[in-house]
Design a protein around this ligand. Structure first.
Ligand code: ADP
Length: 168
């Protein structure tokens, strides 16, 4: 018998982003992408030049809390070039969400750059659910800062964390 022992290569994808904080738009992509791969790593970019509301650890905790029902989703962070992080995690696919035509231009530039840096890395785009096409972490923060209702926009755990941040 030939080939019976052939090792099946795990299909690992990385969904990178700032996730400051994770929204229902991100959750939609996470849920759908997790069904397409053996493992999905949601990777929070540790970018010191941005001025985030939540620390990287807080953002990871929030995503972890919101994805407990998805056993093949792992939460991590990175501060390296994405292609180097992909190498380190032995992942070949980058997942990104596309909301609008404006997203597309930027994402195309990003994907082409990553492909140039490592041609083995493939970027896969998922179209956002139209319900969430207007939704961004910045809009959520704007609304929450004025004590507006964000319950339709973010997971419950994030809603509570936002209330806590903005009540201080
Ligand atoms: P970044 O700073 O890398 O853009 P974000 O956390 O804003 O990080 O977004 C991470 C990824 O999720 C990006 O691919 C972005 O296009 C996608 N995304 C953001 N908001 C939504 C949404 N409402 N629906 C679907 N995808 C989204």
């Amino acid at each position: 018998m030939i080939g019976m022992e052939q090792q099946h290569e795990l299909r690992i994808a990385v969904y990178p982003g700032s996730f400051d904080p994770v929204t229902k738009g991100h959750m939609d992509i996470i849920q759908r992408a997790s069904r397409q791969f053996d493992r999905l790593i949601v990777a929070v970019l540790n970018n010191s030049s941005k001025n985030p509301l939540f620390t990287v650890e807080e953002r990871k905790e929030l995503i972890r809390g919101a994805t407990q029902h998805l056993p093949n989703v792992e939460i991590d962070s990175y501060r390296d070039l994405l292609v180097n992080y992909m190498d380190y995690r032995q992942a070949h696919v980058i997942v990104r969400g596309i909301r609008t035509v404006t997203d597309f231009e930027y994402e195309l530039q990003l994907a082409s750059t990553n492909h140039k840096l490592n041609s083995e890395v493939e970027t896969i785009f998922m179209m956002t659910n139209p319900k969430y096409s207007y939704l961004s972490s910045s809009i959520v923060k704007e609304i929450a800062s004025f004590q507006g209702d964000v319950s339709d926009l973010v997971p419950r755990i994030v809603e509570a964390a936002l209330k806590n941040k903005y009540s201080k």
